[in-house]
Ligand binder design. Structure first.
Ligand SMILES: *[C@@H]1O[C@H](CO)[C@@H](O)[C@H](O)[C@H]1NC(C)=O
Ligand SMILES: *[C@@H]1O[C@H](CO)[C@@H](O)[C@H](O)[C@H]1NC(C)=O
Length: 301
């Protein structure tokens, strides 16, 4: 009998120990160093009042923590938006965000848990980017990148303030304009360079043309001089020849004069003509036929 009682007591004690251990186990929960949380009594559906930090915490049996990160987490956007000109811009933006621990209860009441909260922060971030985009025109995206980044930061802070989150380390790492816009810009710049090259070339081309013109003029001058000198030579030669011929005829004339003159040989005109005839025949290389009368003959008579 005593043995049976003993076993019952031991079983009861053992059961009590197990119950106690399991009760303690379900009423103790741990938060890691990068976590904050609020107790939630899953049985009574009761949310705790205070935000708790790293460590072991006790609560009603079966409670759990609704846990949020206590450190900054990254959000990354690769977003297309329309700018002030209605041109589509592609943006890569990253930043870090963190819930304000003082407002954790409100956040949990509104968004239930971290998954829901992060979703809302993502939408708010996208909306802020779209808004910021619409304030800048295409040339400002090129020339005022720093101002744009600052503007994006301001817009996100405005919206996250209402959601009890802080941000840090915002970077706009890439701003891409549409490919057609980029290529239009590039061809405009190429055209400008071409114009500059042409302008730079102009003096050289002008000098070249000027040189060619001078060369042509010089060449023309040389040709003209040569033509004039040729003409002079020809003219002189002709004059000399003419004079020579004239002289020859004068000499002949004088010779004939002597033949005819009384002080000379005293030929009659008929005799002289007969003499000329003889000379022509004598000089000729071919047979000569002439129809002269023979005046000389009478003088033989
Ligand atoms: C957050 O709550 C939603 C339902 O509202 C649930 O589907 C999700 O699993 C919860 N996330 C965490 C991390 O508890
Ligand atoms: C862009 O905005 C700036 C500043 O408001 C202005 O000076 C510039 O003319 C605008 N450019 C175009 C192409 O609209």
């Amino acid at each position: 009998m005593a043995d049976k009682k003993c076993i019952v007591v031991l079983v009861v004690i053992g059961a009590l120990v197990i119950m106690t251990i399991s009760l303690i186990a379900t009423s103790l929960k741990k938060l890691a160093s990068d976590e904050i949380g609020i107790k939630y009594d899953t049985i009574n559906k009761d949310l705790g009042d205070s935000t708790l930090r790293e460590g072991l915490h006790n609560g009603p049996p079966g409670f759990e923590f609704i846990i949020f990160p206590s450190v900054y987490k990254s959000l990354e956007f690769s977003q297309r938006c329309l700018n002030k000109d209605g041109v589509q811009i592609k943006l890569d933006v990253t930043y870090q965000y963190k819930v304000r621990s003082a407002n954790l209860r409100t956040v949990i009441l509104n968004f239930r848990n971290f998954t829901g909260y992060k979703k809302v922060l993502t939408y708010a971030g996208e909306a802020a980017l779209h808004e910021a985009c619409s304030y800048f025109n295409t040339s400002q995206f090129q020339s005022q990148r720093a101002e744009f980044q600052e503007f994006v930061r301001t817009k996100i802070i405005e919206r996250y303030d209402l959601l009890y989150a802080d941000i840090t380390d915002l970077q706009v790492s890439n701003i891409e304009r549409p490919a057609e816009y980029e290529s239009a810009i590039r061809s405009k710049e190429r055209a400008r360079e071409d114009i500059q090259v042409a302008l730079n070339e102009r003096p050289r081309l002008l000098t070249e043309a000027e040189t060619e013109k001078r060369e042509a003029e010089t060449q023309a001058e040389i040709i003209k001089d040569k033509a004039e000198s040729d003409a002079r030579i020809l003219s002189n030669r002709a004059k000399t020849e003419a004079e020579a011929i004239l002289t020859q005829y004068q000499k002949e004339a004088e010779a004939y004069k002597q033949i005819i003159e009384a002080s000379g040989l005293g030929f009659t005109v008929e005799g002289f003509i007969s003499y000329l005839g003889v000379r022509v025949i004598a000089d000729a290389k071919n047979p000569v036929y002439i129809g002269l009368q023979s005046p000389a003959k009478s003088s033989y008579n």
